[in-house]
Design a protein around this ligand. Sequence first.
Ligand code: PMV
Length: 339
Amino acid sequence: MNNPIIQNYIQQILPQYPPLTPKKPQGQGQAPVNIALSKYWGKRDCTLNLPTNSSLSISLPGLGTQTQLSWQPQATELKVSLNHQALESDAPFAIRLAQFLAYFKPAEQGHFAVHTLNTVPTAAGLASSASGYAALVLALDDLFNWQLPAQQLSLLARLGSGSAARSLFPGFALWHKGQNANGLDSFAEPIPTIWPEFCIGLLEINLSEKPTSSTAGMQQTVNHCPLYAAWPQKAEQDLAQIAQAIETQNFSDLGATAENNALTMHATMIATQPPILYWQAESVSAMHKIWALRKAGTEVYFTMDAGPNLKLLFLKQDWPKIQAEFPNAKLIEPFKPQA
Ligand code: PMV
């Protein structure tokens, strides 16, 4: 059953909705994953996925999702393939997609077919849901020929996964938490700064499915962590500092603030009852190595999301030293033109 609150929200974005009519046989969308430098943790409204605090991210070109979407009037169920494999209709990913796509069905009879290719491991703390919902909304926009501006696409992507609001843009993006109960002011927009030396290193500790989804994790933290009350204000302060550091290209300030922001978010999870700890022993040894490198003069910082993997933050000139210490780290250059 579709929720009338969500239906009404979509209607504000798509004035002609419903009905919807496909304008071509197939819609296509492609979007990058993003890593938050100042994190989103906690919802003020679970139905519309409205966050407690604003957040700021960097998109990773070349890592993300490509989605093809078609409407099949004769189909008796939603067909979903993920990385060329057909999914059972009771697979968690297929269930989430079915719930989201139910709002965009052109008719009662018939179903969508969705083909999704992820160039990141699904649910490994690398935010494939962010690129996934952003790519899906772009594919819907293409199929129905809405030609929506990016801000409106961001409003729709947010319904699928909060962080998806930020995956519509390359480079740095800022997701405004918004204030209105109707959710129409909670969208992301790009920060148009180019910082060619700014690099991310992906340190994959464990790529298996995470035990607690971010949605469940944040709700538990909001409801059962005595430290959570301090988080929203701290997150807004960090965001302002990181935005300033981006503007002035002050890498030390950006790195130190982003690392502390991630550790503060994880501190709220750890202090939740029962505790939520995404870290593994290897995550902690990597942190110690990073702090030792920093003490020895190499400017490297880290951030972490709802998983055990670390994302290193550094400038290109330091890559040889970082690679020597972390031979398995994958170098991502967010501002390098893509081949
Ligand atoms: O968008 P979600 O519901 O998967 O939540 C993302 C939460 C974090 O990745 C931990 C933080 C963030 O801002 O991306």
